[in-house]
Design a protein around this ligand. Structure first.
Ligand SMILES: [Zn+2]
Ligand SMILES: [Zn+2]
Ligand SMILES: [Zn+2]
Length: 331
């Protein structure tokens, strides 16, 4: 399976529809995407249909996310299509191996343990009781008096008996009968977010996407990750760089720091400072989720790094927007 490169992945994450789907997983609204059955279309994924607004694109969308390592899949079912009309409205007929009729009767086989007599259940049933037709004793307790010894079928057409019927398919749409040999089968999967995508979604990888959009809408030229050459000759990497349109070409460098604990450590401020000291962007923003440590705050203010603290991705985006809007209007 070809793995998507980081660039391709970013491209995928940039797709608003992909973001919508991932956000459903991340928010917990969706744990596993399972199909629902519809006798007209076969299997459907209503969540995806709703996101795409076009049922015909669902398979390709899921395939792309699977190949891009965003989604992992598990075999959920195999769907059988009629080879004549392609309908998924197909039933199974258990047929007589002798004459091919599906007009067969299935019975349970019962063995009377004491005398060893075996016959179908209806032969034991008398006046609501189970009586052995051979020795006439009553069968009371399963596994003590008797046990079930499998099934036995009888064909109502040719009257022959057999234990294993032959399964065939019947198309309810065009009434075609067909066998396993002719059946069209398709694997149907359920989908989950890969551990990798879950991690990236949680550490703010996904957050870069709305930020990219925000800058692009303002006419910025955005790179993610973004590289800047330092006066030292070192090339530094930021989570994003955004260069404004027009003559001035103001550059904003953005890093995103997240912590699963309460506070982001000041280390992220220090490492960003080392980079901006060398590359001197016009503006530097550090997005801290959920909060920056007290020392980190002091350092950010000292180093003139615009600190954006937010409890989650949406709040971060809002805070970043207002932080940058002020900057844009004053410049
Ligand atoms: Zn058919
Ligand atoms: Zn038969
Ligand atoms: Zn008996």
């Amino acid at each position: 399976m070809p793995k998507a490169s980081k660039k391709e992945l970013l491209q995928l994450y940039k797709d608003h529809k992909v973001q919508l789907l991932i956000s459903k997983y991340v928010s917990g609204e969706l744990k596993t995407l399972s199909p629902t059955f519809d006798s007209k279309h076969g299997f459907k994924y209503p969540v995806i249909d709703e996101i795409l607004d076009d049922h015909s694109k669902t398979d390709a969308f899921l395939q792309e996310l699977f190949e891009g390592d965003v989604l992992t899949r598990k075999l959920y079912d195999k769907i059988i299509y009629c080879p004549s009309c392609n309908s998924a409205n197909v039933s199974v007929h258990y047929t007589c191996p002798y004459c091919g009729s599906f007009d067969i009767k299935k019975s349970a086989l019962i063995e009377h343990i004491k005398c060893g007599y075996i016959d179908t259940e209806d032969h034991f049933q008398k006046e609501g009781k189970l009586l052995c037709p051979r020795c006439n004793r009553e069968l009371l307790t399963p596994d003590v008096d008797y046990h079930r010894a499998g099934v036995w079928c009888n064909c109502n057409q040719c009257n022959k008996s057999f234990d294993i019927p032959v399964p065939t398919h019947f198309c309810r749409n065009c009434t075609n009968n067909f066998t396993f040999e002719d059946a069209l089968c398709k694997d149907i999967y359920s989908y989950s977010l890969t551990p990798q995508a879950t991690k990236e979604a949680n550490i703010g990888y996904i957050l870069t996407v709305p930020i990219i959009e925000f800058f692009e809408n303002l006419g910025f030229e955005v790179e993610s990750p973004g590289f800047m050459n330092g006066t030292s000759g070192t090339r530094h990497m930021f989570d994003l760089t955004a260069i404004s349109a027009g003559k001035k070409k103001r550059t904003t460098a953005i890093d995103i720091a997240t912590s699963t604990d309460d506070r982001v450590s000041e280390q992220s401020v220090i490492s960003m400072f080392a980079k901006i000291f060398d590359t001197t962007p016009d503006k530097a923003c550090l997005v801290a989720i959920p909060k920056m440590s007290e020392n980190g705050r002091k350092l950010a203010s000292l180093y003139k790094i615009n600190l954006v603290e937010a409890k989650d991705q949406n709040a971060a985006l809002e805070a970043l927007k207002s932080c940058l809007k002020n900057d844009l209007s004053s410049s």
